[in-house]
Design a protein around this ligand. Structure first.
Ligand code: PLP
Length: 339
């Protein structure tokens, strides 16, 4: 029985073109900025987001932590959504490593308004920490891959900047948002101070994320990356598939989005799972499997060769990606509807 793995788009394997690019990459010591392949990737990324500079980092988690460390000082506060990855899934690094306290906004499908931000922001007062950063997540993972539109980003970023905060986008899957909204990455990036995005998710690279910002920010981020042990020497072997990804893997994300929609509709119709279809905007489907515990649902699915992940006591997440075909979607539904 073929195993159909919908746990995450991080399970995607590199393409042959990526593997060839690794074999042929021109390499050097990136800590001394002498890896030509890393330099090309960083220039491409900066250009794509309309920013001055970029930095290759080992992972999305590293990119977020480096952004927090670079924008904030120990004892500062940052504002983010209550279920943001940076808060929910990154081992508390913002506090444990960067010394930053989070202040949370409960969003609606992952986004919030400038009015909500205003209501959350405490202002400058002797007793309060300095609020130095707003982080938003596009697409929002726990909300089901939902998108922030450029106009929404503009509104919250304007409030943040007017009140002395920097703005970071955790754009692990920002190209999914770009494809879904038919938006250029610059439309998001122009409103904010930094964006990090993952090469290793839907874009299918084996490793790596990139952060972009102005030159002064990236210079300081490079130093923080070094402090955290993220100076990676001949990192061109990571950058080479990243260049392939940025040139040829973005447009195909549309297929993953179509598959996610088809999967969500069929899971609702044929397997009686409850799904908020308004959240199915990109490549993630979050289903409520009540009254079953998600772990029971997942164990049963695994017995039928379907892998997904738990997203709460009764919530299950399915992620479509390059390794999932149209036929796989039909097969998933067939297998899950069996008693
Ligand atoms: C929104 C978001 N941000 C950051 C990350 C972290 O990326 P990584 O797994 O490369 O550390 C993820 C990973 O799933 C994510 O979904």
């Amino acid at each position: 029985m073929k195993v159909i793995d919908l746990r995450s788009d991080t399970v995607t394997l590199p393409t042959q073109e990526m593997l060839d690019s690794i074999m042929n990459a021109e390499l050097g010591d990136d800590v001394s900025r002498e890896d030509p392949t890393v330099n090309i990737l960083e220039r491409m990324a900066a250009e794509k987001f309309g920013k001055e500079a970029a930095l290759l980092v080992p992972s999305g988690t590293a990119g977020n932590l480096i952004a927090v460390m670079t924008h904030c000082r120990h004892g500062d506060e940052m504002i983010c959504e209550a279920e943001a990855h940076i808060y929910y899934y990154e081992v508390g690094s913002m506090s444990a490593v960067a010394g930053v306290i989070p202040r949370l906004i409960k969003g609606t499908r992952g986004t919030f308004s400038a009015e909500q931000l205003d209501a959350t922001y405490r202002g400058k007062e002797l007793h309060f920490p300095n609020t130095s950063l707003l982080a938003i997540e596009n697409t929002h993972n726990r909300a089901g891959g939902t998108c922030w539109r450029p106009a929404q980003v503009e509104q919250v970023a304007r409030f943040a900047h007017d009140h002395g905060m920097k703005v970071h986008i955790d754009g692990a899957r920002i190209f999914n948002a770009c494809v879904a909204l038919k938006a250029d990455p610059r439309e998001f990036a122009k409103h904010v101070d930094s964006v990090s995005f993952c090469l290793s998710k839907g874009l299918s690279c084996p490793v790596g994320s990139v952060m972009v910002g102005d030159k002064e920010f990236i210079d300081r981020a490079r130093k923080n990356r070094k402090m955290l042990g993220g100076g990676m020497r001949q990192a061109g072997i990571i950058a080479a598939p990243g260049i392939v990804a940025m040139t040829s893997m973005i447009d195909r994300l549309e297929e993953d989005h179509q598959n996610a929609k088809r999967l969500a509709l069929a899971l609702q119709r044929e397997c009686a799972l409850s799904i908020d279809m308004e959240t199915v905007q990109t490549n993630i489907v979050v289903a409520d499997v009540s009254p079953q515990p998600s772990m029971d649902f997942l164990a049963k699915a695994k017995n039928s060769g379907i892998l997904a992940s738990s997203f709460g006591k009764h919530q299950v997440r399915f992620v479509t990606h390059r390794g999932i075909t149209d036929e796989d979607i039909d097969e998933v539904v067939e297998r899950l509807k069996r008693p």
